[in-house]
Ligand binder design. Structure first.
Ligand SMILES: *Cc1c(COP(=O)(O)O)cnc(C)c1O
Length: 479
């Protein structure tokens, strides 16, 4: 039954003031702990909630008494909620190394030290210390990319290898937008119909092309595109040839795609730049990491691609960033675009990226978490899984070790998998979904996969120091 207006007035009268609420002895001690301002805000929010309930008739006299006795606890809850971070660390037990929902690549710890040293103080972000004048922020990373993308190994078409430079923007989607806009605004860009990809999160090549003010000229068919298709499409409006890495799908069967070298020589012959959106863009050959067939940035530049775009937080294993590496004259044009100014990244990213690149320079691949995870052997993963299984032996959970596959993810080919050993858990009381809900409710949350009525944990993506937390959480659930 709806509450009448006159009794609503009575209910409002019963409501204590913020000051009255704050006089509660328990809240007084909370004030001394968390500060008066935040406790006052929490009390206001709680009282506003009760007022709303009165206004909408959701509360009567009896409910009101109940609400008033609960105010103190509600203020405490409200405060705890508003003073705890929404963005939190989780344990990734999915075995997907570059998991977009879980923050893609975890950055290396040296990056944090570097951020702390340079970003909690002033830095020479845009200051040339030797000249004492304004400098460029990309100088800090361009230097290392020049070493890593070692010019001497680039043959180029002429005798002189081209000078390679690199700039950084917010993410690879921004890098593609910037490059298309700079190199092809108002003109046509030729792309194979087999490469008009959608990456997810609304990155679609045709849409980015439209936003860049370049015109998409599709050639070939979904499964087959020949070099002649590109050649016939070239006209005086053509500004760029574009190749896009098929990051998240494969076309098999009756297929054809020109080799990169063929595209390079066509581009040279017709005096057009060739750009490749590599997506994941590995900085080292990943064969020794158990992954074959992933194209590296160096492969593309060696083949003669003029501009390569790739992400900082995919196979590179660094912070979110979009990286453009290529011929210095073309990169120079993109860096003087006003779009570059709009898409530029903060000192935090330069710090994290510089620290990541430094690890590459030192060949210290094990300090880069994603590369370390890729290199982890199945045997090592199995012995950690076995140790956890041993620790939960007394609970009512049944653990079993099974063979499986870890997924690289993040735009590496869908077939890019690594053999692993999974820890499969069953409970006699709880369904697999309930088990996984319990794991997610752990602090820190543990994210696992559910498969065939079991919860499966892949320790490849779990940091070894987190194994104990998983065992403890499972023991609590299985108690
Ligand atoms: C991942 C990917 C993108 C988008 O990169 P973000 O860094 O996520 O913006 C673009 N193109 C390709 C081919 C990709 O794989």
């Amino acid at each position: 039954m709806p509450v009448k207006t006159e009794s609503k007035t009575d209910l409002y009268r019963k409501l204590p003031s913020v000051d009255e609420v704050l006089r509660d002895p328990q809240l007084v001690s909370l004030v001394s702990l968390e500060g008066r301002a935040s406790v006052t805000d929490a009390a206001r929010a709680v009282l506003a909630g009760v007022r709303d309930a009165i206004a909408s008739g959701r509360i009567d006299a009896a409910g009101m008494d109940f609400a008033i006795t609960g105010i103190k606890a509600a203020v405490e809850r409200q405060l705890k909620n508003s003073l705890s971070y929404s963005l939190r660390a989780v344990i990734n037990a999915t075995g997907v190394i570059l998991h977009t929902n879980l923050g893609r690549a975890p950055i290396l710890s040296a990056a944090l030290d570097h951020i702390s040293a340079t970003a909690t103080r002033y830095s020479n972000l845009e200051f040339d210390l030797s000249a004492g004048e304004r400098g460029k922020r990309d100088a800090h990373i361009d230097r290392l990319f020049r070493v890593l993308l070692n010019n001497s190994s680039l043959t180029g078409q002429g005798a002189e290898p081209p000078e390679i430079s690199t700039i950084v923007v917010n993410n690879n989607a921004a890098a593609v937008l910037l490059a298309l806009n700079t190199l092809a605004e108002g003109g046509e860009v030729i792309v194979s119909r087999g490469e008009l990809v959608e990456i997810g999160g609304s990155f679609r090549i045709p849409d980015v092309m439209a936003k860049s003010n370049a015109f998409l000229r599709e050639v070939g068919t979904t499964n087959r595109t020949k070099i002649g298709d590109y050649e016939r499409a070239i006209n005086d409006k053509t500004r760029l040839l574009l190749r896009v890495h098929r990051s998240n799908f494969e076309i098999t069967g009756f297929t054809e795609q020109p080799r990169l070298e063929e595209l390079v020589s066509l581009a040279r012959k017709r005096n057009l730049p060739l750009m490749e959106d590599l997506g994941s863009g590995a900085l080292v050959e990943l064969d020794s990491f158990g992954l074959s067939g992933e194209p590296s940035v160096l492969d593309s530049l060696r083949a003669g691609v003029d501009v390569v775009t790739y992400s900082g937080d995919k196979l590179l294993g660094g912070p979110q960033a979009g990286i453009l590496s290529g011929r210095a004259d073309l990169i120079g044009r993109t860096r003087s675009s006003s779009l570059f100014r709009a898409l530029r990244v903060d000192k935090l990213i330069y710090s994290a990226l510089e620290a990541t690149l430094m690890a590459y320079t030192k060949h210290d691949y094990d300090s880069i978490p994603t590369l370390r995870m890729m290199r982890m052997s199945k045997g090592e993963i199995a012995s950690r899984a076995e140790a956890i299984a041993g620790k939960i032996a007394g609970s009512d959970l049944q653990a079993e070790l099974i063979d499986g596959e870890s997924v690289v993810g993040g735009g590496a080919a869908p077939s890019a998998v690594l053999p692993t050993c999974l820890l499969a858990i069953r409970s006699s009381r709880l369904s697999a979904d309930e088990l996984s809900t319990h794991l997610r409710a752990n602090d820190p949350a543990i994210i696992a996969r559910v498969d065939e009525g079991r919860v499966v944990l892949d320790l490849r993506t779990v940091f070894p120091e987190q194994d104990e937390l998983i065992a403890e959480s499972l023991n609590k659930i299985g108690d």
